[in-house]
Write a protein of this length. Structure first.
Length: 170
């Protein structure tokens, strides 16, 4: 009687290799798009409604703030508003990327931040999201040039500065 050995022969070896490759892919760390924010803040006493003028203004603002020109080089800061302060549906926002972050990585981070803010702070009129490379904040209240100490937090990096940050800052 012949003994059957699983995965023997050329087809079996190919199956084992395919399974190992699939296992390797599935166990790989998730990319930047799946990372959790370092910091997430959702606030506001009132929410907006889907399809409202505020939602349209917020989408426009987030699209504008997330667009980083390729010529931006390293680092990026921008603030903007949609509508003026007399409009109850005005929205204000700012973005900032670390000084050692290239424009393409900055844009990618800001897109992740905009998505995270909308998904994790649904219908909120105020939010702030911080990933490793960037920060995004929006509000229905003008906050440019105003100190806001209502939400305090400390973030500590126990890993030390990345080499490229040290080489940029000396």
């Amino acid at each position: 009687m012949e003994r059957f050995l699983p995965f023997s022969g050329p087809a079996g070896k190919l199956t084992v290799l395919s399974m190992l490759a699939l296992l390797n892919i599935l166990s790989a760390p998730l990319g930047h798009s799946q990372e959790n924010p370092i910091y997430l803040w959702c606030s506001g006493n009132t929410n907006y409604t889907a399809g409202s003028e505020y939602k349209a203004n917020l989408d426009l603002l987030l699209g504008n703030l997330s667009a980083v020109p390729a010529s931006a080089g390293r680092g990026h800061f921008r603030n903007a508003s949609i509508a003026d302060w007399t409009n109850p549906n005005a929205v204000y926002g700012l973005v900032q990327c670390r000084g050692d972050v290239l424009a393409a990585d900055c844009a990618s981070c800001l897109n992740r931040s905009a998505s995270a803010a909308v998904l994790r702070c649904p219908l909120r009129r105020r939010a702030a999201v911080r990933f490793d490379y960037c920060l995004l904040r929006f509000s229905d209240q003008k906050f440019f040039g105003n100190m806001d100490d209502t939400e305090r937090s400390s973030l500590v990096n126990s890993n030390g500065a990345p080499d490229r940050w040290r080489s940029t800052t000396g």
